[in-house]
Design a protein around this ligand. Sequence first.
Ligand code: NDP
Ligand code: ZN
Length: 176
Amino acid sequence: MIDPGELLHALDLAATKHRDQRRKDAAKSPYINHPLAVVTLLWDHGVRDRIPLLAAVLHDTIEDTGTTREELVAAFGEEVAAVVCEVTDDKSLAKDRRKELQIEHAPHLSAHAKLVKLADKISNLRDLIDSPPHDWAVERKEAYFVWAGRVVAGLRGVHEPLERAFDAQHARGTFR
Ligand code: NDP
Ligand code: ZN
């Protein structure tokens, strides 16, 4: 079970770290809306463990802001930091390689990291339908849906309700 105060501290840190970032939708929504959506998806599907919930809030801090693993260890401990690292892409690699590696690594992630990644993909598919990047052609959205489906194929077996939620979002992905 999670301490609400600790959850608020994680949201406060994530909001500060992402403060200068926006999502790619036409309205340029504040970036923090996405980690908030990811943790809310976990909560709404019955996840109550502190590690995946805190890691969900913080999941894009290392990849997209200057946050270090050590900062997360100091604030929330080794286990939360380790899950965030598991879901962090190596930005020194080319984008196509990073996309391939997400597919390859998915089956080998910890159960907690699989939960975070499932909710992350649900959130991104929902955004691609409800508040998509204004400049994405249909083909790019379709390619993202296919790729996300391949990543999630490697995440199955840890949380059936979340997998069903992913499948429901994926089924909405008919853009023409
Ligand atoms: P990107 O990685 O460029 O963008 C998707 C990511 O942006 C998401 O995973 C999400 O990551 C973040 N994001 C921010 N705002 C939104 C939003 N409103 N809706 C959804 N996601 C958002 O996508 P890809 O490179 O994967 O592009 C999809 C496909 O298109 C790929 O298969 C690629 O091969 C192809 N492609 C096509 C191009 C073209 O047509 N010009 C160019 C490049 C790729 P997070 O959760 O980390 O914030
Ligand atoms: Zn994300």
